[in-house]
Write a protein that binds this ligand. Structure first.
Ligand code: PGA
Length: 253
């Protein structure tokens, strides 16, 4: 069975010092709660990683980055390499979140290079895919997601299924309070799984496919119960400890 990955995405919220206090409280809250059936991850701003790393060391909580440079090193002002993020405490990096695709014009070709950079630098990429509302309404959502997958994963080999996570995030559901129905999330999860099987054969059975887009305590159990929803990428609700924990404990055992 795939261990559900309950991945927060803090986006550009909190400061390192506020995050440190938040994380200490989360670890206290976790005392006495059985989370052995899930993997807990919070993708935080790059400035927070080195502050949070010693706090989460030895705990069930991992930390990750929200973006990564496609380059290993060099004159790329403002960027952080996979090796830097790993050294600062990250084990995962989100790649191709729709906000980066939209505001930073990140292309599938660039995201492919970021996936390569993650693998070379020791991070697990969480590759985000998802259609905008007009594509969903015109019935082009599967074509869009398949195009994003084939562009992002072109020529990427895997030796372990844990080396890749896919997040299906319909853009119209992010931060809007609109959630895909659990059946729609499952339908796309199955499309993604079948693409991965064609590409990676039996390894695809172990690759986690997350759903993201207004996941909340109220809808998490239904979404996480679906066969091809192996966790969540959670924005707003992951900044609230009680909501994040309620989602984590809604995962099937
Ligand atoms: P949301 O964000 O949960 O606030 O909709 C999800 C995401 O952007 O990853």
């Amino acid at each position: 069975m795939r261990t559900p990955l309950i991945a927060g995405n803090w986006k550009m919220h909190t400061t390192p010092s506020a995050a440190a206090a938040w994380m200490r409280s989360l670890l206290e809250d976790l005392d006495g709660i059985d989370v052995s059936n899930v993997e807990l991850l919070l993708n935080v701003p790059a400035t927070h990683l080195a502050v949070l790393a010693p706090i989460v060391a030895g705990s069930p909580v991992a930390i990750g980055a929200q973006d990564v440079s496609a380059h290993a090193e060099g004159a790329y002002t403002g960027e952080c390499s996979a090796a830097m993020l790993l050294d600062a405490g990250a084990t995962y990096a989100i790649v191709g979140h729709s906000e980066r695709r939209q505001y930073h014009h990140e292309s599938d070709a660039l995201l492919h290079d970021k996936v390569v950079a993650c693998h070379a630098g020791g991070l697990t990429p969480i590759l985000c895919v998802g259609e905008v509302e007009a594509e969903r309404e015109s019935g082009a959502h599967e074509t869009t997601v398949l195009r994003q997958l084939s562009g992002g994963l072109s020529g990427i080999d895997l030796s372990r299924s844990d080396d890749l996570v896919i997040a299906y995030e319909p853009v119209w559901a992010i931060g809007t309070g609109k959630t895909a129905t659990a059946d729609d999330a499952q339908a796309m999860g199955a499309v993604i799984r079948s693409f991965l099987k064609g590409r990676y054969g039996p390894l695809a059975d172990g690759i986690r496919i997350l759903y993201g887009g207004s996941m909340k305590p109220a809808n998490a159990a239904e979404l996480l119960a679906k066969a091809d929803v192996d966790g969540g990428l959670i924005g707003g609700a992951s900044l609230q400890r009680d909501q994040y924990l309620a989602i984590a404990t809604a995962a099937p055992r």
